[in-house]
Design a protein around this ligand. Structure first.
Ligand code: AMP
Ligand code: MG
Length: 408
């Protein structure tokens, strides 16, 4: 059985330790247009020098610095070089070439004078300011040399990474297969979204919020039918999830008479790595692995309260899902802000409280969203971060700097 008294840091380290040992998933190829958010399964290297030529970064005149030593300097314009047009122009002393941003610098030139500092005079250009060698162009190979590593495997692709792939000529990319996360909502009170709940029933919202979080964390959700609080029903649902890469259960992990998830998992031979953490919300979270013929199936039992479910996913499920999808890591992103109001809590737990971060150029302030317990979705939908309250804090004084955990 796992340790019931893990602090948040211990619990997070345990999950990250597990994630670090996850086996590398299979690869597949996707078109570059479909690659955003996928995890790269190959290295991207420069196929040529970047830039491939001395690239002008301003519109103006390519000149020789030596020709601007005495001012004003009157140089003969011997040609024009536009972006995309290789020109066999070489500057001799006393000569200039009109040049556009993105065009290759002609031989003999060692810089570009911006057009704003020039006057045209027939076939000449007159410069009123000196130019130092190296101004307004990027030398060939300054960004990367042919063969240089531009992006390591296991990085999640973002628009800049996709631009790199395009610039080295990759129309398709090797990426890791998305991990399948089976989602199992448990509870006698639950009905499906399309059904009309009886007075004591509620609709299954966790199945959908977890599915959305799975997608954002790089996985493919496999939403299983709602399971009643009955051992056999839970057992057969769990066995129907065995083909997945990860099993996420919601509900049934607290101390209630009908919280049967842990018992069923134990009877199926689960190895529990964590049974509860000193956090709020989400204290009853469980994490472990179920034996199966080909490698163990990791599982999380998340508390059913919708906000607990979401927070514990962000804190603990996301890094495991990222690892199952081949990603190098999925660090939590913290920031610091001034708290807008005094905030008092009982010490002892690390709290992650839905909050709103509001920024101006001058400062960033965080306010806790007023909520009525871990089921208050309507309040929490406005949150864009979690206020992090350390376990030893009892009061966070208005205007003091506090930690926030950023949400994606
Ligand atoms: P449990 O963790 O099973 O004790 O559930 C805690 C609370 O979360 C109860 O109020 C449940 O009704 C609610 N809950 C459990 N599962 C879901 C779900 N799938 N969707 C929405 N609320 C849920
Ligand atoms: Mg329940």
């Amino acid at each position: 059985m796992g340790n019931e008294s893990l602090s948040f840091d211990e619990a997070r380290a345990l999950v990250e330790g597990f994630a670090a040992l996850v086996r590398e998933p299979e690869k597949e190829h996707v078109a570059l247009l479909d690659a955003d958010g996928r995890v790269l399964a190959e290295e991207l290297r420069a196929d040529r020098d970047f830039p491939p030529f001395h690239r002008a970064t301003r519109d103006g005149f390519a000149v020789r610095a030596a020709d601007t030593a005495t001012l004003p300097s009157k140089l003969r314009v011997i040609g024009e070089i536009a972006a995309g047009h290789a020109r066999e122009i070489a500057l001799n002393a006393g000569e200039a070439a009109e040049i556009m941003t993105g065009a290759p610098l002609p031989d003999g030139a060692d810089g570009v004078v911006m057009v704003e500092y020039t006057r045209r005079d027939g076939e000449f250009v007159v410069l009123d300011r000196a130019m130092r060698a190296g101004e307004n162009f990027v030398p060939r190979g300054a960004e990367a040399r042919a063969g240089d590593l531009l992006l390591e495997a296991r990085e999640r692709l973002n628009p800049a990474a996709i631009a790199i792939a395009a610039s080295v000529g990759k129309a398709s990319l090797a990426v890791f297969r998305r991990p399948v996360a089976a989602i199992l909502a448990t509870g006698d009170e639950l009905v499906e979204v399309g059904e009309n709940p009886l007075p004591a029933q509620i609709r299954n919202s966790n199945g959908y919020s977890i599915a959305a979080q799975v997608r954002r964390a790089g996985g493919d959700p496999m939403v299983l039918p709602i399971v009643r609080d009955h051992e056999d029903a839970i057992r057969s649902a769990v066995s129907s999830a065995k083909s997945a890469d990860l099993l996420i259960l919601s509900g049934g992990v607290s101390m209630g008479k009908y919280d049967l998830v842990e018992q069923v998992l134990a009877s199926e031979g689960a190895q529990f790595r964590m049974t509860g953490a000193k956090i709020q919300p989400g204290k009853p979270i469980v994490f472990g692995t179920l034996p199966r013929e080909y490698g163990d199936l990791p599982f999380f039992g998340l508390p059913g309260n919708p906000i607990s479910t979401m927070v514990t996913f962000d804190l603990f499920v996301a890094p495991v899902l990222a690892a199952l999808g081949g990603a190098k890591d999925a660090p939590l992103r913290f920031a610091h802000a001034k708290i807008a109001e005094d905030f008092k809590v009982a010490p002892g737990l690390t709290r992650f409280l839905p909050a709103v971060l509001a920024s101006s150029a001058a400062e960033t302030r965080v306010s806790v969203v007023p909520w009525h317990g871990s089921g208050d979705l309507a309040a929490v939908v406005k949150a864009n971060c979690y206020l992090v309250v350390p376990p030893d804090a009892a009061v966070l004084a208005k205007d003091s700097m506090v930690s926030v955990l950023l949400k994606d």
